[in-house]
Design a protein around this ligand. Structure first.
Ligand code: HEM
Length: 224
């Protein structure tokens, strides 16, 4: 079957990475925009969270879709890394990067860091397993008061640091992933100054800023 043949080829695996990566980019943009409602107060953010939870099966469908995209994305990354390693079992004696960027060179280990962050993040804000934060007396995880969870969490410096650093790596990953996926899918033609690179830069910067501003604003008391 052609689908299986595609899956078995390196380009097929790259196409799966690109499609699932773009799905995840879509999610982070929506999530970032949703988080910005923290600036509009507790009612707005908690109302948004309650609305999402009230969609029931739809929410689960979206969760399953996201999880499937993430698993496929990571599996393809592992397989492609293995293929690349097999093709060059001994590394270069000396490697001076010519045209690669920090973003492209950090895709593999940056991706692993993001995966660790996602697990931490779900245990933090979704299940509340690693709540309350020790340095905030009386802080307790609430299933319904997402706003309070956010305020309690980001009063603790190391938690803010974890999120700020993770969002920096997300920015790098998004920048390279967003434009290279468009290339993989052959949606644009190679040019010296590709438009998709500009769009990827804009997406990476907006997502980085939009996510980072919330923990930083809580920490400095702008959101309270
Ligand atoms: C500063 C950055 C971020 C903040 C402040 C933040 C905040 C939150 C909060 C408060 C929730 C719980 C929402 C609720 O229960 O209604 C949540 C859920 C979630 N976040 Fe984030 N988030 C951030 C970054 C990210 C990133 C970068 C990703 C993915 C790459 C991510 C993925 C998720 C997922 C998958 C959920 C679970 C959604 C569900 O319940 O199905 N978050 N986030």
């Amino acid at each position: 079957m052609w689908l299986l043949t595609l899956y078995r080829s390196t380009i097929g695996k790259k196409v799966i990475m690109a499609v699932t990566g773009l799905m995840l980019v879509g999610f982070v943009i929506v999530h970032m925009a949703g988080n910005l409602q923290a600036f509009l107060g507790a009612n707005k953010l908690n109302g948004y969270s309650a609305f999402l939870k009230s969609t029931g099966e739809l929410l689960w469908l979206a969760r399953l879709g996201l999880l499937a995209a993430l698993i496929a994305h990571v599996t393809m990354a592992l397989q492609l890394t293995q293929i690349a390693r097999r093709a060059r079992p001994t590394g270069y004696a000396k490697r001076i990067p010519q045209v690669s960027t920090l973003a492209s060179r950090s895709m593999r280990w940056g991706g692993v860091l993001l995966l660790v962050f996602i697990v931490f993040h779900l245990l933090h804000f979704t299940t509340g397993t690693i709540f309350p934060m020790a340095s905030v007396p009386g802080a307790a995880f609430s299933e319904t008061d997402v706003y309070d969870n956010v305020i309690s969490a980001f009063r603790t410096p190391w938690v803010v640091l974890v999120y700020v650093v993770a969002m920096f790596f997300l920015m790098l990953h998004l920048f390279h992933g967003a434009w290279s996926s468009v290339r993989t899918l052959g949606l644009t033609k190679p040019t010296p100054r590709p438009l998709e690179r500009k769009i990827a830069t804009a997406i990476a910067l907006v997502v980085w800023l939009g996510f980072t501003v919330v923990p930083v604003a809580v920490f400095f008391g702008v959101i309270r």
